[in-house]
Design a protein around this ligand. Sequence first.
Ligand code: WT7
Length: 643
Amino acid sequence: MIFYPDRKIFKNSRIKNMCEYRNLVEDFKEDYEGTWAKYARIKLDWIRPFTKTLDESNAPFYKWFIGGKLNASVQCIDRHLKDKKNKTAIIWEADDGSRKFVTYLELHKEVNRFANLLKSLGVKKGDRVVIYMPMILEAAYAMLACARIGAIHSVVFGGFSADALKDRILDAQAKVVITADGAFRKGKAYMLKPVVDEAIKDVECVEKVVVVERNGEDINWTNRDVSYEELIKLQSSKCDPEIMDSEDPLFLLYTSGSTGKPKGVQHSTAGYMLWAQMTMENVFDLRDNDTFWCTADIGWITGHTYIIYGPLAAGATTLMFEGVFTYPDAGRAWRMVEEYQVNQFYTAPTAIRLLHKLGADEPKKYDLASLRVLGTVGEPIDPEAWMWYYEEVGQGKCPIVDTWWQTETGGHMITPIASATPIKPASATFPLPGIFAEIIDEEGNKVKPNEKGLLCITKPWPSMIRTIWNDPQRFVNSYFSTAKKDGKAVYFSGDGAIYDEDGYIFITGRVDDVINVSGHRLGTAEIEAVIKKVDLVAENAVVGKPDEIKGESIFAYIVLKGEDNLATEVEVLQKINEAISKEIGNIAKVDSIAIVPALPKTRSGKIMRRILRSIAKGEEITQDISTLEDPSIVEKIQNIVKG
Ligand code: WT7
């Protein structure tokens, strides 16, 4: 089944059809650097122009737009003041439904004040600032204020625990942490500041903690803390933007890998901003008076690129939401679409499945005629959820852009272009012009149609990850050591994919030890390391198990200490989750476990995770198990899991 964009709706769009799409692809093929340079000149406001487009001399540490000077906050705010100063930049809706509208002029003032506040605390260009905030306007101001003075922000999702926050603060050696007392969820106050207190108890690098008041609950004030409300009053609303190099880091964002601790993905200023803006404009068919709603949290890359940097660079109106879809009822999202006349709605498949389940008929109760484009991100979407989204939410007239990308790619990579691409449900369709994505084997041979291969990007692109903070070797190992093409290491995403006879790309999911729970990326190694520390546990292995709403849920195989250990699954699960909740956060909680006598291991002691994944999925075991130390263990585990 193929769904075509309505020609009438998209007749004046930037990219009107596949012919125009192919021409753009050709432009990049014919003159890769020249075409990127052309867009960088048109799209970015340069303080000083760049002199060279791409420096490959130290591959894979690629550099883009060499010698250029700019500032990301100017790209997002100042340059719009000429003709959009009274346009709403951000609409914010609180958990309780109250709202604020912030114009570009007001945004300019708030960001400048916050920038001066940070300066008054001694924050300088290149310093790291950790932002541990709820979805409130000050979080947006904080990010842009860092960008204005050249400080490198590292936003940590509010669902992470004190230990996880501490790891990230230490790794980045943050000088300042910005947080709030807490916020509201489903009408109730929750706290963040105590988590920061706990995280930085013995941490010396943090000089100041800026505390924004949101829920007014009592908190402890230490001598490192400063009140945002008190200091902001003293600040001038004029702060000259720091002149940043194209390659100066704009931010770090920690994400999980298949091994070890989370890695600090480092993004650049110019390349990241260029692609944030271009994808925003092209993929979503962004127009002058559009209101764009991306439902992510700013703690994830989706929130960075498509709530803050992309929409603001494009001069759009972006909607920022503190609450949750299910409160006060399952119509919350649709009511907001109606009220704010949202034109693009961008969310995760897990949210679509939840909304479908909770209120399949809810969309009918609202006027959703303003919607023109729908989007999804974060995980594969199943055809059932897709059809409901298309029929009920989009009323059969809104293209769904299934956008494949990653924290490391900065912006969209493989996705339909709303105005041009004929869509097959559950396919991310084709790479964007400028992106050279290929499905290959380890030697760089293109796989045949419908055959699974490694999803690789074979040319550098401007918004790509620059390095892993503090660990350049890990950057090379993680992304540039799996696949080669023409003898050159290429970027490997960690995902598997296929393409069909028409060239449509379908992402099949991670091929490494990373699981995707509700669109959140979690490393099994990280979770296993926490479980291993639980007293009762001798050995464990964690895998993803298909889940109707979350996509994947976390399933752990546990070998207990002592032959005659009588601990029950319920007890063990509880102990494990207490540990996870403390060391990582509730988002990584294990959903179910199986207590097994042993794990399937090869004679050299390597755990055969593929077998464990198959068992959790209830699949038949097709792989050869004769190389196992004890092949009979497979059947024993299967029987335990089947119950
Ligand atoms: C991983 C990246 C990109 C922002 C959200 C997640 C999976 C992402 C899709 C999609 C199928 C997808 C991949 C990818 N993923 N988008 N449209 N279809 N899978 O960012 O935490 O960096 O995770 O999410 O497995 O590698 P992230």
